[in-house]
Every structure is written in structure tokens, then in C-alpha cells.
Design a protein. Structure first.
Length: 493
């Protein structure tokens, strides 16, 4: 039997992950048996937050060639340096340099109104208020710096929330902090606002505060569309556990928060408000999607892509629902959250390189294994490089510097396969919970909040969902047997 004090010690990745153990040699090797983690100022949460900020700063350095001129001189230079960002370009193109009010004032360029959700629009507007006057180029540079500072704060919030979601596994958040794709894509667009709010929502849910979690999901959805998808896994898991009151509070909080942010703009500037939704619907097949591969290979613009994407998405969501209700043990919230967002990304008509930010914290919570995470990140870094080389090729005229269409199609496939690989191992963990690294110590769902340790109330299929599993270490794990807190384990002789 382990002592209560040992049970409360943070899990050390170097003791259970061979890649983490090998990587730790760079800083002196795995922690010793007598190490006292979490003591003094250097707690795991603070270390993770500082590492995340450091990686964000490295990502800013990577954008220096563009900051120093590539954003402003030569169409293809920002692509060959792989340092493109929407932020400086949209400062002028979306009226912020002219003090236009988003959603209310009509734009003069190729977009009639700002094509971002309301909370992101407010984020962009606040950054413009903090941008001083001067020449256009200077103001665009400062606007990017101001946004980078605000997004760095979002990164710190993200890292802290992920580190605190699984109480005994704070070091898993290093997967987020050290993710190469986070450093490379953090300042391309404003996605980190929604990602940070979503991570905060998952933290609140893990603390059994469903109303606060719902409010944060609503705010995140007001910044980006994808966070509302998390309500689907919560519905399925609460259905299986019979926790209807918790789901109702979360859903009500999400709907209320979204309406509070959107209703004023919806009522006073309806044309500007709906631009985000009509633009998403009308947008043709674009970068990064398997639809683009089909379109380029066949010459068909795939005008029915919206219909087919919707059908495929619903079918895959139904499969996730079946997994949630028939798996031997109720899947963890983070596992289903990753799967629904991954499906949305994989089937979407467009995959911008910063969309990887949506999945990074979910991957760290759903599958905290360095090998699998780094395989996926390698695929995403290849896609990040590939899309800019392809844009360099298409914008360099007859010079054709960069990656042709065939090469770009290959990196799209690499991105798709990397994400599918991570989906596959997460599905395997849900079907064989004894292989889930998070559950190997007898835990049920550390991010599950009211679901953690709850017995099943509704399950589909035959009675194969016994609340136990045997894994290689010889521990007989029992779930759903405690009224409060996590489950327990008992040794087998």
C-alpha cells in the first residue's frame, strides 16, 4: 500500500516515459528518489509557465525577418522566411488603422465587415487602442507587438490551466510549453485567446464547477467557433454517468455567456455580426484540407464540399458517441474532447497552420506520452514549413521558388496522418483503459470533475464495461467505487 503522502506527490514523467527520461539527460537526468518536487519557489506550475513564455518568446524571434521588413516588402519574402502573420496585415485591411468600429463600420477592401467572432474582434480592437500613432509600417509593427504581448499572457494562462487540470500530473503541461508548433504559430492569428479560455473551462470542470466551466466555454465560443464542440463530450459523459444537473449548468452557462457577448452586436449591427458565419459557410475549399488535394488532382472546385463535410462530420461524431457509450469504461473528458475537435479539423474545408493550437492542450491531457506527441508535432512542423513554401512557389511568378502543388499535397497528407495517428492511440486507450497512462495508477478521470469516480448509469451494448481492468504492472484497478475523489487500486498477488 502506498502512503497518502506518496499518493499526493506529482507524477514524474521521467519515471514512466522513456522519451522524457532520455530528454531529461540534457538537464542532469531524471529526478532522484529523494527529490522533493513542488517545494520552494520552483513549483511545477511555475516552471511550466516560464517554459511556455520562453518558447513563445522564441517564436517571436522566429518572426524577426518579417518584422524587420518581409511583411512590408516583397510578396514572397514572408513565405520564404516562414514568418507570415495575419496580425500586421489586418491592422490596416480591417480598418483598425483608420479607427473604424468592428462590425458597425463597413470596410472598403475585399471584406465588407470584420470576419472574426465578436470576442476576438474586441481583442483586436483593444490592441489597436494600445497602438500609438506614426507611419503605417511602424504602427503595424507595434500592433503586432501589442498583440504578441496579449497573446503571451494567454499562453501563460493556457500553461497554468493545463498544469493544474490533472492535479497529480502537472508536468504533462510541458508538452504544451515545449510544443514546437505552439512557438511557430502563436502569433499568426488570435486563436490563443479561445485556446486559453477553453483550457480554463476544462480546469473549472475538473474542479467540479460546471457553471464556471460553461461560462468559459461560452466566452471561448464567442472568440472562436470550435470550443462549443466540447459540450458534445460533456453531454455524452454526463448521460453515461447520470450527471444531468452538472451538464445543465454547464450548457446554461455557455449559452448565457455567449449571448451576453453577442447579443449587443447582433442587435445593433446584424450585418457585421453575421459576417463571420456567412464567410465560414461561403468560403471555398482552401489550404490544408484533404478537399484541396481532391480539388487540385481532379480540377473540380467541389462546390458541394459543405454538404459532404457536414455528412462526414456527423457520421464521425456518431462514432465518437458510440465509443463514449459502449467503451469498457467511460472515456475521459479530455479524450473525447480531443477526438471531436480533431474530427472538426480533419474534415474542415480549410486548415490554417495555427489551428494546431486548438489540439495541443487537448493532446497533452488526452495522451500524455512524449513519443506520440512528438510524432504528431513533427508532422505539424512539416506542414507549417510546407504551406509557406507552397505560397512562396505560387507568389514568386516564373521563378517558382518553393514547393509545387504536388509537394504541398504531400505535406497535407503528412498533417492528416499525424493527427489520425494521435486519434488512433486515443481511441485505443478508450477501448482498452488499462493502456491509458493516466489511469494506470488507479485514477478514473482527473479532468472529469463530477464524472471522476462516478459509476455508470447508462451504457449501450453488452455488459463488458466492468469497473476494473488488469494492466501489465499487475495492478487491479477499480473505478467508480468512491463517493468522492478519484478511484482506488488494490494489489493483486
Amino acid at each position: 500500500m502506498t502512503s497518502v503522502q506518496e499518493d499526493r506527490q506529482p507524477v514524474r514523467p521521467t519515471t514512466e516515459d522513456e522519451v522524457a527520461a532520455a530528454g531529461s539527460e540534457l538537464i542532469g537526468g531524471p529526478a532522484g528518489r529523494r527529490a522533493l518536487p513542488g517545494t520552494g519557489w520552483w513549483t511545477p506550475v511555475r516552471v511550466v509557465a516560464l517554459v511556455a513564455i520562453g518558447m513563445f518568446a522564441l517564436g517571436m524571434v522566429q518572426k524577426l525577418p518579417c518584422y524587420n521588413g518581409a511583411w512590408f516588402f516583397g510578396a514572397d519574402s514572408q513565405y520564404t522566411h516562414a514568418c507570415y502573420s495575419d496580425i500586421p496585415h489586418l491592422f490596416s485591411a480591417r480598418g483598425f488603422a483608420s479607427n473604424l468600429t468592428p462590425y458597425f463600420d463597413r470596410l472598403t477592401g475585399d471584406m465588407e465587415y470584420l470576419e472574426y467572432p465578436v470576442l476576438t474582434g474586441l481583442f483586436m480592437e483593444v490592441a489597436s487602442w494600445l497602438t500609438p500613432g506614426g507611419g503605417v509600417q511602424h504602427r503595424e509593427q507595434i500592433y503586432w507587438l501589442v498583440n504578441a504581448g496579449m497573446l503571451m499572457a494567454c499562453t501563460a494562462v493556457l500553461a497554468v490551466c493545463v498544469a493544474r487540470t490533472h492535479r497529480r500530473r502537472p508536468w504533462d503541461a510541458l508538452l504544451v510549453a515545449l510544443a514546437p508548433a505552439l512557438a511557430l504559430t502563436a502569433t499568426i492569428n488570435w486563436d490563443l485567446l479561445a485556446v486559453a479560455l477553453t483550457a480554463a473551462a476544462m480546469l473549472m470542470w475538473s474542479r467540479s464547477r460546471p457553471l464556471a466551466a460553461g461560462v468559459l466555454i461560452g466566452l471561448a465560443t464567442a472568440a472562436k467557433l470550435y470550443p462549443f464542440l466540447l459540450l458534445g463530450p460533456l453531454f455524452l459523459l454526463c448521460l453515461r454517468a447520470g450527471r444531468w444537473r452538472a451538464f445543465g449548468r454547464a450548457f446554461g452557462g455557455a449559452a448565457g455567456a455567449w449571448l451576453v457577448v453577442n447579443l449587443p452586436v447582433m442587435a445593433l449591427a446584424p450585418e457585421g455580426w453575421k459576417k463571420f458565419y456567412t464567410f465560414s459557410q461561403e468560403r471555398p475549399v482552401d489550404f490544408g484540407s484533404f478537399w484541396l488535394i481532391i480539388s487540385q488532382r481532379t480540377g473540380d472546385p467541389l462546390e458541394n464540399a459543405n454538404t459532404w463535410a457536414t455528412v462526414i462530420t456527423l457520421v464521425l461524431f456518431a462514432g465518437i458517441g458510440a465509443l463514449a457509450l459502449t467503451a469498457p469504461r467511460r472515456p475521459r473528458f479530455a479524450q473525447l474532447a480531443f477526438l471531436v475537435v480533431a474530427v472538426f479539423i480533419l474534415v474542415n474545408k480549410v486548415y490554417s497552420p495555427q489551428y494546431v493550437l486548438w489540439l495541443i492542450p487537448l493532446a497533452a491531457l488526452a495522451r500524455p506520452r512524449w513519443r506520440d506527441f512528438l510524432i504528431w508535432q513533427a508532422c505539424e512542423v512539416m506542414y507549417f514549413t510546407g504551406i509557406w513554401m507552397y505560397l512562396a512557389y505560387t507568389s514568386s511568378g516564373d521563378k517558382h521558388h518553393g514547393l509545387p502543388a504536388e509537394g504541398y499535397q504531400l505535406v497535407i497528407l503528412i498533417h492528416l496522418l499525424g493527427t489520425l495517428y494521435l486519434c488512433a492511440v486515443i481511441v485505443r486507450d478508450a477501448l482498452f483503459p488499462e493502456r491509458d497512462i493516466v489511469r494506470r495508477d488507479g485514477s478514473d478521470d482527473p479532468s472529469g470533475g463530477v464524472l471522476d469516480g462516478a459509476p455508470d448509469a447508462f451504457v449501450l451494448g453488452r455488459e463488458q464495461h466492468a469497473r476494473h481492468a488488469l494492466y501489465d504492472g499487475g495492478t487491479y484497478v477499480q473505478w467508480g467505487v468512491r463517493a468522492h475523489g478519484t478511484a482506488h487500486s488494490a494489489s493483486m498477488e
